[in-house]
Write a protein that binds this ligand. Structure first.
Ligand code: PAF
Length: 300
């Protein structure tokens, strides 16, 4: 029988439990989530379990990273399912704090926040101006509570991953930020909790986002170096499909996230499209080697 996952809601209890693990020499791996766990999350947890001794999964729908009019209230929640997925994938502890636990003075009264301006100004940050400060602030708090030596994030949110890597470096968080490849449905659609918003008709056309990005990557590999041409190709592909409303497509540098004028094999292609209630994002590297994998176990 695998160990039964422990659910912890208080930060002090979490810290006590993990201090005792650390005192026994155990390395803590951490997978922060907003719940509604799917196979993509399970893959992050399995990777963490393969490279660390105790895996903590947090489930917290963080109000700070939702803008006015976004889907905070509608965001799918499934605590029992989350527990099953996390346990089956090898997590030992689920941290499921209340909002009061995370923001004791109230979400409107948080004074200390973390911003990573340049990286957060483009793409998702341009469309959702307060989003990344909310993400960085909650992840900084969670890292302080959990104290992981490795934290795992999906490349589906590549901009988030790049920003959190930079935050860890700039603020000297003693954590390795590990990016894991996007998990996809057979037709290319990236797994996301927000796919639950798609109607059957929208679900059928949603893979056009990944198809457009893949066409962009193929065009660069075939010798198209003008990034504007690649952007146009991707936008036209999405516009030609029914039901989707393009938010943006971008050809950007994989580290700086800044838009490129000349597309190279180091570029990364990003896009966001609305299908009804769902706003889906995705990204691909131009070559398979530009996809991150876990570099393997490293002693702290
Ligand atoms: O990627 C997510 O699910 C969230 O942005 C995160 C990292 C858990 C912070 O709330």
């Amino acid at each position: 029988m695998p160990p039964v996952i422990a659910t912890v809601v208080r930060g002090v209890e979490l810290r006590d439990r993990l201090d005792s693990e650390r005192s026994r020499g155990h390395r803590i791996g951490f997978v922060p989530t907003m719940g509604s766990l799917h196979r993509g999350h399970a893959e992050l947890i399995r990777t963490a379990a393969a490279h660390t001794d105790v895996v903590v999964v947090s489930v917290f729908v963080n109000p700070l990273q939702f803008g006015a009019g976004e889907d905070l209230d509608a965001y799918p929640r499934d605590p029992a399912g989350d527990r099953d997925v996390a346990e089956a994938a090898g997590a030992a502890v689920m941290f499921a704090p209340t909002e009061v636990e995370m923001y004791p003075h109230g979400r409107e009264a948080v004074l200390t926040t973390v911003a990573v301006p340049r990286l957060a100004a483009v793409m998702e940050g341009a469309s959702r101006p307060t989003h990344f400060a909310g993400v960085c602030t909650v992840v900084a708090k969670l890292w302080n509570l959990v104290g992981p030596c490795r934290a795992y994030f999906g490349e589906k949110d590549f901009q988030q991953l790049a920003i959190l890597r930079r935050m860890a470096a700039d603020l000297s968080f003693p954590v390795d930020v590990v990016g894991c490849p996007t998990v996809r449905e057979p037709d290319g659609l990236a797994l996301s909790s927000r796919n639950a918003y798609l109607s059957a008709e929208e679900r059928a056309v949603a893979p056009v986002l990944h198809r457009a990005l893949s066409l962009g990557a193929e065009a660069i590999l075939a010798g198209t170096s003008d990034a504007g041409t690649v952007r146009r190709l991707m936008a036209e592909t999405i516009d030609a499909a029914p039901l989707g409303r393009l938010d943006y497509v971008e050809v950007a540098h994989g580290d700086t996230l800044q838009p490129l004028t000349v597309a190279t094999e180091d570029a990364r292609l990003f896009g966001a499209v609305r299908f009804g209630r769902a706003r889906l994002i995705d990204n691909v590297g131009v070559t398979p080697s530009s996809t991150d994998t876990d570099p393997g176990p490293r002693r702290p």
